[in-house]
Design a protein around this ligand. Structure first.
Ligand code: BGC
Length: 765
């Protein structure tokens, strides 16, 4: 069946489901502006965050703007504030478009062109589509020659806004209007650059698109504003008008499409043949030129850097040597020695980010110094033959600078003796059956019935409480309430778990409710629409990300939600992945450090985080069918690392598995990854939930163990939501307990105890 027909059928099924369950909240909330109540304090934080994540890709002095300029491109008004799908459709109270932000800040916008767009868009409103079928771009109108000429007679300055949307359940396409410019956009650019001497382009996009054209000499400046949430227009105006000096840096490499990983887009299997050589790790090692390198981002001022390297440490001084106050990001990369890993040694990338520091706002001539200790774990490489992170013997080259490509080598240090930095268990190549049998828990002693109140007051342990639960109670704790928008949580919730049955509630077990993120608290009640994750990552500023997530935590609390289904920690492997806007970066350290900040911020605000989608959900097409086939070193050094940092540094309470398979096994059945790595190695003591509904399957090691039993055995505690999904082949019964080789009551008890320990930690009564 052709791909598009298949997609349409899938979309129709999803639409039907959404209608049946009433789970649709705010589809397609793009474009347009609304006026609702503004919370000035929160608006200020989000405006600052959106402005700090704007990346100035190029500038010949065209920016900041002064005097009158002509503003082109329909996204000045049809501004894209976020991506589509569960991670973007937040019921925002208001949204400030680009033209409005500029107007309200007193910018002098040429009237003829502005009026042309206003009239045209009033007569031709954007078609915003439906689930999984959203437009990648809106058709650009042709600006009449007379309007262009009149504007050019008044000013030699112009700004062109180019917009691109992306979203869940739909990857971008390597076609005009999606990854590439449309003919109409090309025409607009050539009409404008032919008449105006100083042209700036504003990119209002959710994921990387083709940027080869931005290098044209006729384009003086390019400002990448991403999708900045409801304050997009204000933040954009702040940077364009020079009230905020740009300080965002690219959290991914911008390359030619052919230079990204090859295996992308197959609905059955994608082999990550590039291994650890992803993004700048590939380009810097193989000499592939980037259009814009990882970490790149200009300022209206200049910075100078001096650095010294000691044994595993770097001292740096950064000085603002330009005309105005600004911030930058000091980036430290290391080139490790190669050739000492025992299996399939593929060497090490020439440069790997091992530390980044955002500076304070430095006045002209002001300096900031810093010293960082390089973490041994980040200097080591994973050797599958020894199941260990190994600090190899040899010379380590240290590069310090303002992006992955131009960072200068500032020194080296030597490691004279090999060292095992961390011994791991051989999870991916062992006899899993024997391991599972060895690790089966023993049943808890039967206990008299107790109440949750007694557990909360410390009179009884969680284990004693679980020892008094019936099989039905244990099973109920292994699933969420039957559908999304559960009556046990605030209206529009994504799901509820914990006290989902009258029996559990009678004992006092509270219902724990979850709402979608990461772009805001997705409920029926209005909530702040915050900048997309990629923009937040462009700030390279964990403190700022923490502040934004603290705000999200407060909004969760105010709206009665315990858990935010965020942040999303998949790496940006390929620019066509539809959900890149929800993801931070191609780099695991940047994604991990920001994730830990987000988890802490949410907790401070009053909610728990649930990072997702564990792991390798790097494509939307066929997302609950395909297998991401990844070697163990790449998994551990790249795709698992953001989750690992979030667990170890953020002390996570929840984690969501992915829809896809990893090396042939669905994430929600992956004992080796979930029970093995997440719980045993990283010490995760929280609750793992599935992504919403899961594909059924049977354990290859234990034939009677299938579906929910298979999931629970793997360490994935809770099926979300908990009801039957009316869809082909996705019916669930309760877990089969007690058959020969089947799930044991002890496993169900362990599962329930893990859920209840998490609820206890939340402090919810
Ligand atoms: C998405 C998750 C989301 C969940 C609940 C799924 O379709 O993949 O990211 O949290 O729905 O809405």
């Amino acid at each position: 069946m052709p791909k598009t027909l298949k997609k349409r059928i899938m979309n129709a099924i999803v639409q039907l489901y959404i209608r049946l369950t009433g789970s649709s909240l705010a589809q397609s909330e793009q474009g347009g502006e609304e006026e609702g109540p503004r919370d000035p304090q929160r608006g200020e934080i989000l405006r600052r965050a959106a402005a700090e994540g704007a990346v100035l890709l190029k500038n010949d002095g065209t920016l900041p703007l002064s005097g009158t300029f002509a503003l082109f491109g329909r996204c000045q008004q049809d501004t894209l504030y976020s991506g589509y799908g569960t991670g973007g459709d937040v019921r925002r109270p208001y949204a400030v478009s680009i033209v409005r932000g500029l107007t309200e800040q007193g910018a002098s916008i040429e009237e003829g062109v502005r009026k042309f767009y206003e009239d045209f868009l009033a007569a031709h409103p954007a078609d915003r589509g439906g689930w999984g079928d959203w437009p990648f771009s809106y058709p650009e109108p042709e600006v009449p020659q007379s309007v262009l000429d009149e504007a050019a007679a008044k000013t030699d300055r112009a700004v062109v806004v180019i917009g691109r949307a992306s979203g869940e359940d739909r990857d971008s396409e390597p076609e005009r209007g999606s990854y590439y410019l449309t003919d109409a956009e090309e025409k607009l650019l050539s009409d404008v650059t032919a008449r105006f001497a100083h042209v700036a382009v504003v990119l209002n996009i959710g994921s990387v698109m083709d940027m080869v054209w931005t290098k044209r000499a006729s384009i003086g400046a390019v400002l990448l504003i991403w999708q900045g949430g409801m304050e997009t227009g204000n933040a954009c105006a702040d940077v364009l008008l020079g009230r905020q000096n740009p300080c965002g840096k690219l959290p991914m490499s911008v390359l030619r499409l052919d230079d990204y990983p090859k295996n992308f887009g197959d609905p059955r299997e994608n082999s990550y043949d590039e291994g650890i050589y992803l993004g700048y790790r590939a380009t810097e090692t193989r000499g592939i030129p980037a259009i814009y390198p990882f970490g790149h981002g200009l300022s209206y001022t200049n910075f100078e850097l001096r650095a010294r390297v000691g044994q595993g440490r770097v001292q740096f001084t950064v000085r603002n040597s330009g005309p105005c106050a600004g911030k930058t990001v000091v980036q430290i990369y290391v080139g490790k020695p190669s050739g000492q890993l025992r299996t399939g040694d593929k060497g090490c990338p020439q440069r790997e980010l091992v530390c980044f520091r955002k500076t304070a706002l430095l006045a002209p001539q002001e300096e900031q110094t810093g010293e960082v200790l390089l973490e041994e774990r980040l200097l080591s490489a994973y050797d599958p033959a020894r199941s260990a992170f190994v600090l190899q013997r040899g010379t380590y080259a240290v590069f310090v600078g303002f992006d992955a490509h131009t960072a200068d080598m500032v020194g080296t240090f030597a490691v004279n003796e090999e060292k095992i930095v961390e011994q791991c268990t051989p999870v991916l190549h062992e006899n899993l059956k024997a391991r599972i049998q060895r690790e089966l828990p023993t049943a808890l002693p039967n206990c008299p019935l107790s109440s949750w109140e007694e557990v909360c007051s410390g009179k009884r342990s969680v284990e004693e409480f679980v020892g008094g639960l019936s099989d039905d109670d244990l099973i109920a704790l292994s699933r969420g309430d039957l559908k999304m928008d559960s009556p046990l949580g605030p209206s529009g919730n994504a799901g509820v778990m914990g006290g989902v049955t009258p029996s559990l509630r009678a004992r006092g077990v509270p219902a724990v409710s979850m709402a979608d993120g990461p772009s805001g608290v997705r409920l029926r009640a209005p909530a702040s629409l915050v900048p997309i994750a990629t923009l937040l990552a462009s700030t390279f500023d964990p403190a700022l990300v923490r502040e934004v997530y603290r705000l999200l935590g407060q909004e969760c609390k105010e709206r009665g939600t315990d858990v935010l289904l965020a942040p999303a920690l998949n790496l940006q492997r390929h620019p066509l992945c539809g959900r890149n806007f929800e993801y931070f970066s191609e780099d695991p350290l940047l994604a991990g450090k920001l994730a830990a900040a987000a988890v802490c911020g949410l907790r401070e605000g009053g909610a728990a985080a649930c990072p997702k989608h564990f792991a390798c959900n790097n494509q939307e097409f066929g997302r609950n069918l395909y297998s991401s086939n990844v070697d163990e070193r790449t998994l551990r050094e790249l795709y698992l690392r953001p989750f690992e940092i979030a667990v170890r540094e953020g002390q996570l309470d929840f984690l969501m598995t992915a829809y896809n398979k990893i090396n042939g096994v669905y994430a929600h059945y992956h004992y080796a990854l979930v029970r093995g790595i997440v719980r045993e190695e990283w010490g995760f003591a929280g609750c793992v939930v599935t992504d919403w509904w899961m594909r059924k399957g049977r354990s290859p090691d234990f034939r009677p163990v299938k579906n929910n039993a298979y999931r629970i055995r793997a360490g994935v505690n809770v099926l979300m939501p908990g009801g039957n999904y009316v869809g082909k082949g996705i019916q669930f019964g309760p877990p089969a307990v007690g058959k020969k080789n089947g799930l044991t009551r002890a496993e169900l008890q362990r599962n329930a105890a893990e859920v209840l320990q998490t609820i206890l930690r939340l402090g919810k009564k």
